[in-house]
Design a protein around this ligand. Sequence first.
Ligand code: MN
Length: 339
Amino acid sequence: MQGKIALEEHFAIPDTLMDSAGFVPDSYWPELKGRLLDIQERRLAEMDRHGIEMMILSLNAPAVQAIPDTGKADEIARRANDYLAEQVAKRPSRFQAFAALPMQDPELAIRELERCVTMLGFRGALVNGFSQTGAHKSLLYYDLPQYRPFWARLEQLDVPFYLHPRNPLPEDCRIYDGHPWLMGPTWAFGQETAVHALRLIGSGLFDAHPKLKIVLGHMGEGLPYSMWRIDHRNGWVKAPPKHKAQRKIRDYFNENFYLTTSGNFRTQTLIDAILEIGADRILFSVDWPFENVDHASDWFNSASLSENDRLKIGRSNAASLFKLDMPARAAGQLSQAAE
Ligand code: MN
């Protein structure tokens, strides 16, 4: 399929580059480093070769979220966002941007969000899970009450919030003792992010702010597969749920969430996601440079899907969710000649 839009696609600035070391064997680090620091050359060539018209770019992880000094977190976020704005300005028809935010301080996060959306034209924010602050033991998840003004402003600005993974801190990893292979994309990323998403829902956030739009990568971090059980646990016990949300967890998942295919190129998993949330709320993504554009595109272009769903997931859902100024296309117009 030509004309695809991808939206979990990362870059690094020198200040955040080393946060991505350690996710691949040392022998691959020079390659990953080159991919992260590049925007206009190798990346663009990969996009052209595999039918990706646009990438919405975001900073690598955990980056700003892992800087316990709030002032420094704010400084790095602004530096990364300014750099990204310059890069997007070179090719706005090929690149758009998500803001990095110093969530350590809700007021600073609001200020930077406003600057990025209203002055720099960013399409939303991408945040790498919980933020560390002050004494580094303090973990800030965004269901906490001090974040309600942030969510109110995000809802007013009407831009999506991409909740991206990070690893739990070492002191919170006892379940993984002796099994470091479970960290990162294998398992810990998804577990950490799924729980954070459930915390947001269970806090009643979406009752207070029903128009919020949250994006999850990796086909929903396992949540579609578990959604029925989350609401029905011990169904014969007619006990009311213990969370603060007014309706079933599934209702908010269906109304406030969007999922991307980043790093999860599996038709069985996509079909389960479609059965839970519908093809209108699933969006193609790669997770470049941690995954390969050809792996994502070759799979997606030939996955067993209706051509109408391929068009929605590959392009039109993203164009409408992010209000991108891109021409509408019919499914047949975007087929690849080689099909
Ligand atoms: Mn990613």
